[in-house]
Design a protein around this ligand. Sequence first.
Ligand code: FES
Ligand code: FES
Length: 210
Amino acid sequence: MSDPDDLSGDEHSRRSVLKAGAVGAAVATAGGVAPLAFGSSTAAGAEGALSSPVPTAEVTLRVNGRERRVTVESRVTLLDTLRERLGVTGPKKGCDRGECGACTVLVEGRRIKSCMTLAVMEDGREITTVEGLARGDELHPVQAAFIQRDAFQCGFCTSGQIMSAVACIEEGHAGSDAEIREWMSGNLCRCGCYPNIVEAVRDAAKGNKR
Ligand code: FES
Ligand code: FES
């Protein structure tokens, strides 16, 4: 059996496959099937697009009540802008593709996965992260409920869970455990703290402290 990584002369070696792919791409380009991101019908045009500067824009985000102005490339996500440019590290980068919910923040009170929106799209909007929930030393009821119910282990998902729970309650989607599970299903927890999270959301929704 041949080694798929063997580059020594097998006509089906990885190198030949890669070459075939490159030729295929060039043919498609020459035939007018332009690569989506480049908008050019020539390989030279594609290279030019790759090396051309990415447009930037100045955006103003109101983060946890504070106005923050920052110049960002138009392709930069809200999550990266918060974490890398503004030092707001409560929202976590788990999957970076909209699947885990670790990056959940509120935009104008609505929960959103901040890895799935661009900073330029949120210009002028009010962003609330977990850092903005407590009032001085007084925790938000959802934060307090998560502690009371021991609703975390490693804590990586927790800021996203809490932000999502705040919105879930505000939306009126915390009327039963089943409803909480359904409306919190966009937030994953690798530690499997789901029963405790549901209890915490239920407590916070009822204004209970257990
Ligand atoms: Fe945004 Fe996973 S990091 S959904
Ligand atoms: Fe570890 Fe949720 S507490 S991923």
